[in-house]
Design a protein. Structure first.
Length: 211
């Protein structure tokens, strides 16, 4: 009886290990660098691309680390204690996230999405191949750091806020503005809204704007 029990235990362990290995094999192989992310974003609609939910998970994780420590009113939800992460993510990743990424200016890989039931409000995800890093922008109607301004008061103006990491040189901002300006003009009948660049990263407190 003891021998039978030992044999059954060994068999059980072997089956568990086999099941664990099979599960591990099914997990997606995530990229090891931002550049690999960009390369695979451009292939997303091809056979070797990622399912969109994996792309959204990666971008969402980056946004959460950078923006979750700051209150924001970009979508009019400051009174619900929304953060800048909540606003950037709902605009850039709502409706399933960007369905397609394209390369522009020979340098930037961009994709965008909009807010459900309010598609005038949009979010833009940008991978800068030269800097090997991501930048995010939002097309919105309330200043993200506003405390009392209402959506209705800004409805006919609109604005684009670009959020860059602290190591992103000011000399490179104009390239981002050019991309955002073209993107914004497409959303506003050919006339781009005002653009403001912010250096924001919750992991580097000195980078945060004074508020």
């Amino acid at each position: 009886m003891a021998a039978w029990i030992r044999s059954a235990a060994v068999l059980g362990i072997a089956l568990c290990l086999a099941a664990g290995n099979a599960a591990a094999e099914k997990k997606p192989v995530l990229p090891s660098s931002p550049q690999e992310v960009a390369d695979r974003l451009l292939r997303m609609n091809m056979a070797d691309g990622w399912p969109r939910h994996e792309v959204v998970d990666i971008l969402d994780g980056i946004m959460k680390k950078r923006f979750s420590c700051l209150r924001s009113n970009a979508t009019g939800n400051r009174d619900r204690w929304w953060t800048l992460y909540d606003d950037v993510s709902i605009l850039a990743l709502d409706m399933g996230g960007p369905r397609k990424f394209v390369e522009v200016e020979g340098r930037y890989v961009i994709g965008w999405s909009c807010r459900t039931h309010s598609c005038d409000e949009k979010g833009l995800s940008v991978f800068d191949k030269a800097r090997n890093d991501f930048v995010f922008a939002i097309n919105h109607y309330i200043r993200w750091d506003a405390k009392t301004v209402t959506w209705a008061e800004n409805r006919d103006i609109g604005m684009i806020s670009i959020f860059v990491p602290p190591n992103y040189p000011r000399t490179e901002w104009e390239g981002l503005k050019k991309v955002a300006r073209k993107w914004g003009a497409d959303q506003h009948d050919g006339v781009p809204p005002p653009i403001q660049v912010y250096t924001v990263d919750c992991r580097v407190p000195k980078s945060l704007p004074g508020r």
